[in-house]
Ligand binder design. Structure first.
Ligand code: SAH
Ligand code: DHB
Ligand code: MG
Length: 220
């Protein structure tokens, strides 16, 4: 995502990471492992990871599902918000990313996190429901299909959280060729048409540029 020249966003993220202590040696090693292995630099930011952990805590979720693991960065943050006996399942299509994530999760000392390899639309079919909290953060073009599957794995009260719903504002253009924008607009239309869902969106700026999150509640 684009950061305009002179924008204080990255420095403000650094300031808040520093003053609120989002820095964590285990998680820094996860980011380094991803860089060293040549993975794309698209994990949530440290402050966003901490926000996810706190959302898991706030919701009281015991079973969390993540779609899109990468190196396990956001999975480790969320797993840290789980209560005793809680568990997190995370889905990743790339074998090598999943293998790295498993290593990172082990190094973080977490035993309640399972990384499942395969195309999420397939692997979701075999998952036992229901989940209390579902983080959608994989290929954006499939978001509406992830939502359809997520609803099958939900119960009344499940929270769904989606990353990358703004994309520098590209989602405003209904004729956009940007896969992210097309996928998110379709996802949003599906949310709007589903009476079981209540949703809001928050635009964000920071170290990752200009993007946003949606928070969706399964009401019934
Ligand atoms: N949640 C991670 C970032 C995920 S990046 C974090 O913040 O740390 C998106 C991930 O989704 C990539 O690792 C990509 O390989 C994965 N992905 C893409 N298409 C997928 C699919 N069809 N099924 C499962 N994972 C997929
Ligand atoms: C991309 C994917 C993400 O999940 C993200 O947070 C940022 C960028 C991407 O595919 O470009
Ligand atoms: Mg993302």
């Amino acid at each position: 995502m684009i950061i305009p020249p002179g924008a204080p966003w990255p420095a403000v993220d650094e300031y808040y990471e520093d003053v609120f202590g989002a820095f964590d040696p285990v998680l820094e090693k996860v980011l380094k492992s991803a860089r060293d292995a040549g993975l794309p630099n698209i994990a949530v930011s440290p402050l966003q990871g901490k926000f996810l952990k706190m959302l898991v805590e706030m919701s009281g979720a015991k079973r969390v599902l993540e779609i899109g693991t990468l190196a396990g960065y956001s999975a480790i943050w969320m797993a840290r918000g789980l209560p005793e006996g809680g568990e997190l399942v995370t889905l990743e299509i790339e074998e090598s990313y999943a293998a790295l994530a498993r290593e990172n999760i082990k190094a973080a000392g977490l035993k309640n996190v399972e990384v499942i390899t395969g195309a999420a639309l397939e692997t979701m079919k075999n998952l036992p429901g229901a989940f209390d909290f579902i983080f959608i953060d994989a290929d954006k073009l499939s978001n509406s299909m992830y939502l359809a599957q997520a609803l099958k794995l939900s119960k009344a009260g499940t929270w769904i959280f989606a990353d990358n719903v703004v994309r520098d504002g590209a989602i405003l253009d209904p004729n956009s060729k940007n896969e992210g924008a097309v996928g998110i607009r379709h996802f949003n239309e599906m949310i709007a048409m589903e009476p079981r869902l209540e949703a809001t969106a928050i635009q964000t700026v920071g170290a990752k540029g200009y993007d946003g999150f949606s928070l969706i509640r399964v009401k019934s």
